[in-house]
Design a protein around this ligand. Structure first.
Ligand SMILES: [Zn+2]
Length: 211
């Protein structure tokens, strides 16, 4: 069982991280973690294009190294890029210096002010270290977790989770990974169709999202 919606207490404890955006505009911030991956990331790009949507891709540095052409495609289509470490490290189980080095290794090729810690797990000391090392860094969490990575979850359930919890200003987390593909490829186009008809726009996180 996953918490589709981030509890308020967690948001309060980590209030220097970003969990959602001002809900004044009818805007949804779609985010995709763990790519770029052949077939999966191009699938997402194609859906986004159909809805004139912009999104944010939190890339694993090592996947960018393996699939530079797909990474270029994401950038060329004007989506935002975020750092998700080079090797998808778990912050809670990693020494601070190792975590920083891995972040910087990814930063060299990603060159972005956005960061999302893998698994959402990061120590306070690591937050401080990263923000000191890279001034202006924004650490982006999420409001709605699609749980598309859960192989025991049906695609229908994944869609209903996302529909139930998303509201204006939500940061919604999907994965452009092979593991998530069955659920994501079902839920994403259907959710976007419904939201689009309801008048929502889809924007990436790099332009004035802190109002
Ligand atoms: Zn991840």
């Amino acid at each position: 069982m996953h918490l589709a919606k981030t509890p308020r207490i967690i948001k309060k404890l980590y209030n220097n991280l970003i969990w959602d955006i001002n809900p004044a505009s009818r805007c949804i911030y779609l985010t995709f973690d763990d790519g770029p991956i052949p077939i999966v990331t191009p699938f997402v790009l194609n859906i986004l294009k159909q809805y004139h949507a912009k999104a944010t891709f939190f890339c694993i540095g090592d996947n960018v190294r393996k699939h530079p052409d797909i990474f270029e495609q994401v950038k060329n289509e004007d989506h935002a890029i975020g750092n998700h470490t080079f090797n998808h490290l778990k912050g809670w189980e990693t020494a601070d210096e190792t975590y920083l080095d891995n972040f910087l290794q990814a930063d060299k090729i990603l060159n972005t002010k956005l960061f999302r810690p893998p698994y959402g797990r990061i120590k306070r000391s690591q937050i401080k270290l990263l923000k000191e090392t890279k001034p202006g860094l924004e650490i982006i969490m999420w409001s709605v977790l699609s749980a598309d990575f859960d192989i025991n979850l049906s695609p229908e359930k994944c869609l209903s989770y996302v529909m139930k919890h998303t509201k204006p200003g939500s940061i919604v987390l999907f994965h452009d990974s092979l593991k998530a593909y069955d659920r994501m490829s079902y839920a994403l186009p259907r959710a976007m169709e419904i939201w689009s008809k309801a008048g929502y726009r889809f924007e990436c996180l790099n332009r004035d999202f802190r109002d």
